[in-house]
Design a protein around this ligand. Structure first.
Ligand code: AMP
Length: 182
């Protein structure tokens, strides 16, 4: 399922660039301007719903915190469960964790050890707002396999194609970026 030119224009037009945030040299891609634009948010969610309807997913796993917004809405639209992959120390039950290097710092993500237990051979879609260096998504994809599930695809609202994050992640599973940022 590809994005129509009209859908692309609506979504792309709703992304706001913030130069030098959170540090000089970074152009921060602000998605709050998609969320507060009803047409853009709906267009985006309908597109990913249409794309993933035929994937036979058991779960959508979203990365803390912006991946929750798109992932939870998608899971609900697809009628599957949602699993949060959270920053260290936020999940209350037994977790599995993975450290990674971020575009601006060091971090660690965690998942509940039994997150996908209700399904046999669970098929999971990983989702986040943006892939840059791929550190976060790679760690998240590792967590999904560590707890016994298959990451069938990783979906990002934006993919920064001038970094090698997408290529690195593609060694693990297919990657889909709704909007490619060159
Ligand atoms: P990375 O691990 O380098 O792929 O970074 C991805 C994570 O950092 C995502 O969760 C994004 O929300 C955030 N991020 C990294 N770079 C940017 C950027 N230029 N604009 C907005 N968010 C970013």
């Amino acid at each position: 399922m590809t994005l129509s030119q009209e859908q692309r224009a609506i979504i792309e037009g709703a992304i706001r660039d913030i130069p030098d945030f959170p540090k000089p040299g970074v152009i921060f891609k602000d998605i709050t301007t998609i969320l507060n634009n009803a047409e853009a948010y709906r267009t985006l969610q309908e597109h990913i719903r249409d794309r993933y309807q035929s994937y036979n997913l058991d779960y959508v796993a979203g990365i803390d915190a912006r991946g929750f917004i798109f992932g939870a809405a998608l899971a609900r639209d697809l009628g599957v469960g949602f699993v949060p992959i959270r920053k260290k120390g936020k999940l209350p039950y037994t977790t599995v964790s993975e450290k990674y290097v971020l575009e601006y710092g060091l971090d660690e993500v965690e998942i509940h050890i039994d997150a996908f237990e209700a399904k046999e051979n669970p098929r999971v879609l990983l989702i986040d707002d943006l892939i840059a260096t791929g550190g976060t998504a790679n760690a998240a994809a590792s967590l999904i396999s560590k707890v016994g599930a298959t990451c069938v695809e990783s979906c990002f609202i934006m993919g920064l194609t001038f970094l090698d994050g997408i290529q690195k992640l593609e060694e693990k599973s297919p990657v889909y970026s709704v909007i490619e940022v060159n």
